[in-house]
Design a protein around this ligand. Structure first.
Ligand SMILES: Cc1cc2nc3c(=O)[nH]c(=O)nc-3n(C[C@H](O)[C@H](O)[C@H](O)COP(=O)(O)OP(=O)(O)OC[C@H]3O[C@@H](n4cnc5c(N)ncnc54)[C@H](O)[C@@H]3O)c2cc1C
Length: 268
């Protein structure tokens, strides 16, 4: 909910996921063109086919180890690797809090299906090409562009998707589109499927958190921010929590009564 509100406030949208605001700009040649154009300008500063296996962070020198064994050094490291593959990289030199935060991020496993038709047959029937599906392998489909219909298999249906034999899969997905749009959908010129959830360098679709994980994230941030307020810098300021009562020297050590401690609880 908060993420949605933040998104709406940043984009100035009027209403939930207003397509006029969110879907009004597209890269004509396909979004991969953005990365390719940037790559042209960066030239040989980009190393392709060089998987990173380990990262060591230190204040003076960071090391990035490729799976080939080659070591690159740098003053700083920026990780732009998706949450799943990033977990496969051994990272040292950063706080446990940061690593725990990384491990709370989950990739939403998904697969994509694309059917190419010679024209946008759905428009002839007065339809916009969007369908949401509750009991299928596909979670839904949408019109990607002229004659092209795309669909996504959501995380909770990936099991069925992966269990379907490859040679049945394309037809099974087309059948689902036919159920929604009729026989005009039965004969695409071409179909494509791609299991992003199992692709090793992606391992998913977008980053997601399981219920409760985002709250732990917030609690971790609060712990980090609040603690320094309560410490006593150079012994001058009192901590806000009550001090332990001094031990009564007249009481034998074994007879001291302790208040039972409530077990330390993780934040919900
Ligand atoms: C099917 C699908 C549909 C999507 N639809 C939309 C959409 O409609 N709108 C939208 O905004 N977003 C969409 N997304 C999400 C969008 O594609 C991603 O959010 C975006 O590509 C993330 O960009 P990125 O640069 O962070 O990561 P990526 O584009 O995933 O790039 C990460 C790079 O890191 C590399 N890498 C991984 N592991 C290593 C390693 N160990 N060493 C070195 N390199 C490594 C990978 O090879 C890859 O090149 C979609 C994603 C999928 C899969």
């Amino acid at each position: 909910m908060l993420a949605d509100l933040r998104r709406e406030s940043a984009a100035g949208a009027e209403g939930f996921y207003n397509y006029d605001v969110w879907e009004n700009e597209r890269v004509l040649e396909g979004s991969a063109t953005v990365a390719l154009t940037m790559a042209e300008q960066l030239g040989d500063r980009i190393r392709c086919s060089s998987p990173v296996g380990a990262i060591r962070i230190s204040p003076h020198r960071c090391e990035v180890m490729l799976t080939t064994g080659e070591v690159l050094t740098a003053a700083n490291v920026v990780c732009a690797v998706p949450a799943g593959p990033l977990r496969d990289i051994s990272i040292s030199g950063i706080s446990d809090t940061k690593l725990a935060s990384l491990h709370r991020q989950k990739s939403a496993l998904a697969a994509k299906f694309v059917a190419v038709y010679d024209h946008s047959f759905w428009e002839g029937a007065g339809l916009n090409g969007v369908a949401y599906m509750e009991h299928n392998i596909l979670g839904g489909v949408w019109a990607q562009s002229a004659g092209i219909m795309s669909g996504l298999v959501p995380p909770q249906r990936m099991g069925t998707y992966l269990a379907t034999p490859r040679h049945h899969l394309g037809q099974a997905l087309i059948d689902e589109v036919v159920d929604a749009f009729g026989d005009a959908a039965a004969t695409p010129a071409k179909t494509y499927t791609r299991s992003w959830g199992t692709a090793p360098w992606t391992q998913g679709y977008v980053t997601a958190w399981r219920p409760g994980d985002a709250r732990q994230e917030r609690a971790a941030v609060l712990r980090v921010r609040v603690r320094p307020v309560a410490v006593r810098p150079h012994g001058r300021r009192r901590a806000h929590w009550p001090r332990r009562r001094p031990r009564n020297p007249h009481l034998p050590l074994t007879a001291r009564r302790r208040r039972p401690h409530a077990p330390r609880q993780e934040p919900p």
